[in-house]
Design a protein around this ligand. Structure first.
Ligand SMILES: C[S@@+](CC[C@H](N)C(=O)[O-])C[C@H]1O[C@@H](n2cnc3c(N)ncnc32)[C@H](O)[C@@H]1O
Length: 404
């Protein structure tokens, strides 16, 4: 038969598509695990890891004969459970991930006994997270594992049968987790599981293919075009964590971005309306025409500077001054989550003209910022570490000075 489910949209975790930034064009991907390193260790009794599916997989094929099956492990993450709707090959490789092979990997996540926030319902935007304590840049806000991971190729242009398989991903979870999943919002009527994926799931690459990840607690965060937190999704531990990207005061709503922020206000509003059904009334979107026009201009400049700084040909206008200007623009635009990228660019730009001291200083700041940056930025961590070990043997050293 066919899997016949419409394609969900998904809050993107894909750096090439709609992360805040895409700095990794010029750098090689590095350690994807940095995002969770600093969570404090708490000893807790833990259940044994199990890589065995707790329900017999049920499968369905598409037109080309590709099979997609529902795989559930109800013991995952200390009994929270997880369901995959993906290929057999991926279901096999998943077993080697830290999420399934490292004992205690989920002991500090999915714990919401004393969070620094509370859930409040705001007319016009549903539930949201509001800070109950003061948070500083880098502080952990929320970390959870997905209840569902769905291969995007398992979604086709029609409905019906496919929904039955989505339903299985849900039915096979432990009862408590089913309640949590159903308590997430759906912004359109339709199939209850499909619509929850549509409204809440994060899109990202997983084992070489695009998938949607449903993190039900993280899903409580509303969108802001100048968010005060930044998330990072670890595809090995399957932990999604959000950290403050600036100081957040008690009572303030904690927000993330659903989209690439380096787009004009009009573009942002169109996408948010189309994909999540709301008119963005964040501070930036409801500002004066003049302030919005200024912001659009700054964003255009930022996008151009990114291109220039990532361009290592002799015609590139990149320079340390240009990188410093980029950092100023991030601050002006309150794009605090992007500062790590700015420092990374600055470090390379200084090293490229042989200013090792400044290259080192910016590399340090880039690493400091790593925790509050998006996945693509964290990939740059290795790059900065290598540069700090030996700026003069790093590929960027004098790279622009030599071009003359
Ligand atoms: C991932 S959920 C966020 C949590 C949701 N508000 C709830 O009640 O569970 C996404 C949905 O929240 C609403 N939403 C998110 N950000 C919003 C915003 N800035 N303004 C209005 N509605 C928003 C939209 O309905 C959107 O489809």
């Amino acid at each position: 038969g066919h899997v016949e489910v419409e394609v969900p949209t998904g809050i993107s975790n894909d750096p090439t598509e709609s992360n805040l930034l895409n700095a990794s064009q010029i750098v090689r991907p590095g350690g994807l695990d940095e995002g969770v390193e600093k969570i404090p260790k708490v000893k807790k009794p833990r259940k044994k890891l199990s890589t065995r599916w707790t329900t017999k997989p049920s499968c369905v094929s598409d037109d080309s004969g590709q099979e997609f099956c529902v795989y559930t492990n109800s013991n995952f993450a200390n009994g929270r459970g997880i369901s995959f709707f993906t290929t057999e090959e991926i279901s096999e490789s998943v077993k080697d991930l830290a999420a399934f092979s490292e004992e205690g990997v989920h002991d500090e996540v999915n714990v919401f006994s004393d969070p620094p926030w509370e859930v409040r319902n705001i007319p016009g935007r549903g539930n949201g997270l509001f800070a109950t304590r003061k948070l500083e840049r880098g502080d952990l806000i929320i970390a959870d594992t997905p209840l569902g991971v769905y291969n995007s190729d398992a979604f086709f242009a029609d409905y019906g049968l496919g929904y039955q398989y989505l339903r299985k991903t849900y039915d096979q979870l432990p009862e408590e987790s089913r309640v949590i999943l159903m308590s997430t919002a759906a912004h359109s009527p339709g199939d209850p599981i499909m619509e929850r994926i549509n409204t809440n799931a994060f899109a990202g690459e997983f084992e070489g293919q695009n998938h949607f990840f449903l993190y039900p607690e993280t899903a409580l965060m509303n969108h802001d075009c100048r968010p005060n937190s930044m998330y990072y999704h670890n595809t090995s531990s399957l932990i999604h964590s959000a950290h403050a990207s600036r100081t957040i005061n008690p009572g303030e709503e904690i927000t993330i971005t659903y989209i690439n922020l380096l787009q004009s206000g009009t573009e942002r509003q169109e996408i948010l309306k189309m994909m999540w059904g709301f008119d963005c009334t964040c501070e930036l979107c409801s500002g004066s025409e003049l302030s919005k026009a200024r912001s659009d201009m700054n964003i255009e400049k930022i996008v151009q500077y990114h291109k220039d700084l990532a361009d290592w040909t002799s015609s590139s206008p990149a320079s340390p001054q240009l990188a410093e200007h980029l950092l100023e623009l991030y601050n002006k635009e309150h794009l605090y989550a992007a500062l790590g990228t700015g420092h990374m660019f600055a470090s390379l730009a200084f090293n490229a003209v042989g200013n090792v001291d400044m290259a080192f200083q910016h590399a340090e700041k880039a690493l400091e910022a790593g925790m509050v940056s998006s996945g693509s930025v964290i990939d740059d961590v290795e790059e900065m570490k290598t540069l700090m070990k030996g700026p003069k043997v790093h590929w960027s050293f004098m790279a622009r000075a030599r071009m003359g």
